[in-house]
Write a protein that binds this ligand. Sequence first.
Ligand SMILES: [Zn+2]
Length: 335
Amino acid sequence: MAFDDILGQHIPAQILLKGLRQNVIGSTYLFYGPESTGKKKTAFELAKALNCQSPNDSGSCGQCNFCKKIEQSVHPDVFLVEPVKSTPTAKEAFIKIEAIRDLQKKLSFLPYEGKTKVAIVDGAEAMNAQAANSFLKTLEEPPDSTVIILISANPYLLLPTILSRCQGIRFNPLPLSIVKQILLKNPETEAEELELRVSLSQGQVQKALESNIEETQVYRKDLIGMLNSISQDRIDVVFQWSKSWCKQSEKLFPLLDQLLHMLRDLALLRISPQIEHLHNRDIVSDLVPLAQKRSLRAYLNMYREVQETRQALSGNANAQLSLEMMLLNFCKSLS
Ligand SMILES: [Zn+2]
């Protein structure tokens, strides 16, 4: 295991390897970018490379006692803090001040057996205000021989004062060919689902694995029906569609996400017949005639409408009214 084994993240790997070779690794990093693209794996690889007994040009040896301990999360100088739910049924998980205080205490000692203490804070945006303010002090004056790595898929939720103290390293979505390569290593992936899972992944491995294929098929069929039939003369479609979906509130966000992917694909198809960048490559035969039906501007306006609706719904707006308004504005874009 070395940086070469982290697939699809060549640039972050090169930045860190250069820092290691020149002995200029920073004391606080922020690894940011979409979920499930290799950020945590890279953080652990950096911890290994910093503590490995025989590091090489591509990072750690992966074989020595320290590398193995870090891989098994039992190295006494490498700490991982993650968000925790207060009860098993709680919706959100947080990093509380107790966890940060515990980490600060561990960081106040010299390395126990390694060369560098490494603190990895995954889901750093889940620190509550108290925890973030307390952690700020550690970021301002990091202890000696310590590297702190914050990981976040939503860095805009972090305090600006925290952001300003970290060296940011951006992780991009993985190329779909890499997602496919990773899925092929997973023996549980069904061959016929592979292409669909890859195209639904948005470059995130977890998304590819978790996608509910059957549900996705239902959403897409329904959305294609709606997009084909909606018009100024068919306002009945607006009310029927909104009424049926607003009752299934837990499905609204995945449905709207599918709608965003589809509108993006339709807009792309208006510009170019190439299909390799589409999310829904497997149903391109349904999408091509639909793409020709409306203008590029109409699809772009509809995309914006869905984004605004999604935002309103996350602020607890009324579902039926929001969906109706979205579709009525769709009709306006088509006129
Ligand atoms: Zn090693």
